[in-house]
Every structure is written in structure tokens, then in C-alpha cells.
Design a binder for this molecule. Sequence first.
Ligand code: FMN
Length: 181
Amino acid sequence: MSETIKNPVMDAILSRRSTRDFKRDVQLTETELNTILEAGIWAPTARNTQHIHFIVIQKPEVIAKIAEGFSKNDFNDGKIRDFVYGAPTFIMLTGKKDWKYTHIDAGIVVENMSLAAQSLGLGSLIIGCVKDYFNTEDGRKYAVELGMPEDHVFSIGIALGHIATPTPPKPRVGDRITYIR
Ligand SMILES: Cc1cc2nc3c(=O)[nH]c(=O)nc-3n(C[C@H](O)[C@H](O)[C@H](O)COP(=O)(O)O)c2cc1C
């Protein structure tokens, strides 16, 4: 990209990275959490359905239980994987099961939240790997127990916290834009 404009929104977009090493013992303040949730709530949704539900998890034992269920259902070595990389907050986004834009809506919500976290100097990691677990019978039951409405499915999650080890940027693949003009 040759010439571009820099401003605070562009700064957040360009400096955000997927954090994979969080400070385990430093929780978000309530104001930080509320600000990130506000960014999610104000995301656009198709036909203004505003159906995305937010489940904020700050109990380590609940994150550990999801990790256990996910690792059991993951086709790897069966070891328990700390899928949030030590993050003290994990937010699950769920949406209407039969709505064609559910995952697009949730994707837009989660990116808003990720950029809000970046603007506050916090780390975030968008997490899709637990989706298969939440689609199993056990996982679905647990998601409902945690507060997922019955007519929803898990769409995407986001881990949030303070960055322990910064992530280096991953170069972007070029030559992906077609101009017709
Ligand atoms: C829909 C989606 C799902 C993702 N799921 C995971 C995940 O489960 N675990 C993980 O470590 N990273 C996950 N990521 C993060 C990507 O791996 C990451 O965005 C990508 O490698 C680019 O790195 P960057 O975010 O630092 O630019 C996910 C990202 C997206 C957009």
C-alpha cells in the first residue's frame, strides 16, 4: 500500500497482534471490561438483529473445564491445551443457530472488541478452536449451563488480558486487491 492516512483507529488496527502469552495474575479492571463490551455491543449486525450473546468468564476453573473438554475432543495428543494462553478473561460469543449471518455478525463483534482492547493497551486473542467442542453434546450442554440461550450456537471467543510476551507482526500477503476503475 503506498500512501495511507494514520489516525488512532488505524493505529489500533495496525498495531494489534494475537497475544499468546498473557500475565496470568493481572485481571482487567471493570472499566476496561465494560469498554471492550461496549465496543462489541455497538458492532453492526445484519438486519440489526443484535442477537449476539456475550458470556464473560473470569473463573479460572471454568476456563480450565472448557480446556479439558476441548482437549478431549481435539484430535491431537490428548494433552490439556491452555487455549487462552494464561488470559484471565475469556468471552464467548454465541448467536442464533439458524441465522445465516450469525458467524459474520460475531466476527465483526469480536474484531471490534479486539481493537478496543488494543486501544486500551491490552492483549487479545480471537479463539475459534473450541468451536468443535461446543458443538458436541457435552460442550453444548456446558455452554447452555454457562448462559448460552437454547437457540444459539457458539460462534467465536476472545481471550483478554495484559500482555506478558509481545507477539511479533506477521507479514501480510500482498497482491490481493483487484481494482476495476
Ligand atoms: C476466526 C479466527 C479464529 C482464530 N482462532 C484462533 C485459535 O483458536 N487459537 C489461536 O491461537 N489463534 C486463533 N486465531 C488468531 C489467528 O491465528 C491470527 O489472527 C493470525 O495468525 C494472524 O496473527 P495476528 O492476529 O497477530 O495478526 C484466530 C483468528 C481468527 C480470525
